[in-house]
Each structure stands twice: as C-alpha cells, then as structure tokens.
Design a protein around this ligand. Structure first.
Ligand SMILES: *Cc1c(COP(=O)(O)O)cnc(C)c1O
Length: 355
C-alpha cells in the first residue's frame, strides 16, 4: 500500500478509481463512458449532477453558476481579467507565491495590476496582513492556498469590490461562505477529481460589464448559457469528478471532511514541532491544512530521509524545487492512516539518528 503525498495530480479515493475503471468498460448498456456522445441523456445527467453537487457541497447561494471548463487554473489567470476588466481599469492582487504571480502576469494584457501586498521578502512563507484594497479596483484576487509554500488564508479579506479567488488546492477542504466571493476557480486535480477539468463558480451579476472582445470559448457567459456544453466537455474528467463529489457527500460533506483535515494537519505539524530533526517552514498561524512544508535541521539528512520513507511506501514527499525540503500534500482523499504512517517513519528515523 502506497502513501501518496503528491501535490497534484494526487490521490483520489480507491472506490472512485474502481468505479471510474468500471465506467471505462461499461457505462451504459455495454458502452464505455469514453465512446458515448456528450449529448446523450446519460452524460447530460452526469454534468447536471456534478454541478448540482458542487452547489450542494459548498452551499452555493442563488445567483451563481457552476461551470466545468478546460485549460486548468492557469487559463483562469487570463479568463478572469478578460471577463472582468476593461482597458484602463486596475485589478488588485495579493502576491503570495508563484501561482499568484502567474495570475498577476496575465492581467497586463487587459488592464493594470495593483499588488496590495506581498510576502516575497520571505520567500512567501507567510500571508501578508493589514493591507488596503483600493475600492476603485475592478476586483480583488487572491490565492486561498499556496500549494508550493504551504500557507493558507483562513480569513477572507473584507472588501466591497468583487472578489476572485484561485482555490485550486483547498476547495472542498473546508467550509467557506461562497457569498463572500464573486468568482472562485479551481483546477480539479487536487480536491475535486482528475486533471483535465476546471471548476468555476461565478456570480452571474458580475458578468457582461467589460468592453473587451472576448473569444467565445473564453467567455464565461457562453459556457453558462450552454450548461458547460458549448463544445465537447472533458467527459471522463467530469465523470470522475462526479464520482469523487459523490464520495465526499457520502462522507458527510465538506464540514465532516474539514474535521478530518484538521486532525490530519494537526497531527503532522505536532510531530514536525516535536521531532528535533525537523522544522516547519511557514508562519505558524498561516500553516496550510493541505500542503505541509518542512525541512530538516541538518540538511544533510534530507536525502537519506527521503530515501528511507520512499523505501517504506511514501510517494511524492519531495518539496517543490523553489522551496526544497519536503511537502506532504494531505488533500481530502489522503487517509489519516497515511499521515500516521509518515509520522511513525519520522519517529523511527529520529531514533536511528540518535547517537
Ligand atoms: C496547481 C495549481 C494551479 C495550476 O493549475 P493548472 O490546472 O495546472 O493550471 C494554480 N493555482 C494553484 C493554487 C495550484 O495549486
């Protein structure tokens, strides 16, 4: 049994893998999910139920649309300003890491980006606080969980302007108040499903205001009007996402998984803080519950530790190249038993390295 701490694509529940495999062989009367038309009632039902489950699990209020799009979160970096900004206007961004930076970079094709605050000065190991968001910005954008550095924003910044959020790596991991957001997007491959589909939750009222000419495929309104079926959707990715959303619902939904996520993260951080060989890399109050980043007091032990855990079934623990050390991604589908297994390995390694 492998313990997959990979940052994305990442572990999904075993039962989802099994059901997905079955649908490849026989989804409907001996036909594979891969060969039926997306216009069949059976697939239309998949799309409808997937959107309905996103709304239900996140308690999405009236007036919002849920979309399943392609292009990853990375395409959203451009689609957000393309749909929400007009030439000459400014959008405000919080700079909390590489992903935030990539989003900021896309703005200048459509208007101006204003950075309200940055934690670049400390390699993004904390979340900037006490900044002001100019009320004359077209919208404010932030990244709720910084996958690479292991920081997470638990208090949604207060502002009167529209709020757009890259929630790729912590969506569905904790209860959020969707009414505080105007646009949420997330590449599916961390907590929703497999790679190949991106979930967008958008408040209908913020659309249709830009003077930009928007290519059809990049226009949120087009996708809303066509129920995410303007063209052929990524049918398999949507189907596997549906299976995973059903799994989450059967576990008791987001509030229940949040409790488990808190238990997993607390146990791991507790060991990092207790074990003299290890130390966390982020400000304690900003520690992510999804990506736990840590290093060793003695960097020379990092390679041997990685080898040791890999020999014992741990996958994907190596930190991102811009941070080094280790990153344990503990998304919804990673069982707490895997976290306990890692903690035990950290303790065995501690014993082995006591002289
Ligand atoms: C993984 C990730 C992305 C990139 O997603 P793609 O779907 O690969 O484009 C963007 N933002 C965050 C926060 C991520 O974790």
């Amino acid at each position: 049994m492998k313990h997959n701490f990979g940052a994305g694509p990442c572990v999904l529940p075993q039962e989802v893998f099994k059901q997905a495999s079955q649908a490849v062989l026989d989804f409907k009367d001996g036909l594979s999910i891969l060969e039926i038309s997306h216009r069949t009632p059976e697939f239309e039902a998949v799309m409808t139920e997937a959107a309905k489950l996103v709304k239900e699990l996140l308690n999405v209020p009236e007036g919002y649309s849920v979309l399943f799009l392609q292009g990853g979160a990375s395409l959203q970096f451009a689609m957000v300003p393309m749909n929400l900004l007009s030439e000459g206007q400014t959008a405000s961004y919080l700079e909390t890491g590489v992903w935030a930076n990539k989003a900021i970079k896309e703005v200048k094709n459509f208007g101006n980006a204003h950075i309200v605050a940055s934690s670049k000065d400390a390699n993004f190991t904390y979340i900037p606080k006490d900044y002001t968001i100019p009320e004359d910005s077209a919208y404010f954008h932030f990244t709720s969980n910084n996958t690479i550095y292991g920081t997470e924003i638990f208090d949604i910044p207060e502002t009167n302007i529209p709020v757009a959020c890259d929630m790729s790596s912590d969506i569905m991991s904790r209860v959020i108040d969707v009414s505080k957001f105007d646009l949420i997007y997330a590449g599916a491959q961390k907590n929703i499903g497999p790679a190949g589909v991106t979930v967008v939750i958008v408040k209908d009222a913020i659309l249709g205001k830009t003077t930009n000419k928007i290519p059809t495929m990049l226009n949120y309104q087009q996708h809303i009007d066509n129920g995410s079926m303007f063209n052929t959707p990524p049918v398999f990715a949507v189907y596997v996402s549906l299976l995973n959303l059903r799994w989450l619902k059967s576990k008791g939904g987001v509030a229940e998984i949040e409790k488990e996520n808190i238990a997993k993260a607390s146990a791991l951080y507790k060991e990092i803080d207790r074990n003299p060989l290890f130390k966390g890399t982020c400000a304690v109050e900003d520690r992510s519950r999804m990506n736990v980043c840590f290093v060793m007091e003695n960097p020379e032990l990092e390679k041997p530790f990685l080898k040791f855990v890999e020999e014992n079934g741990v996958e994907g623990l190596k930190g991102h190249r811009s941070v080094g050390g280790f990153r344990a991604s503990i998304y919804n589908a990673l069982p707490i038993t895997s976290v306990h297994a890692l903690i035990e390995l950290m303790q065995i390694f501690e014993e082995k390295n006591q002289k």
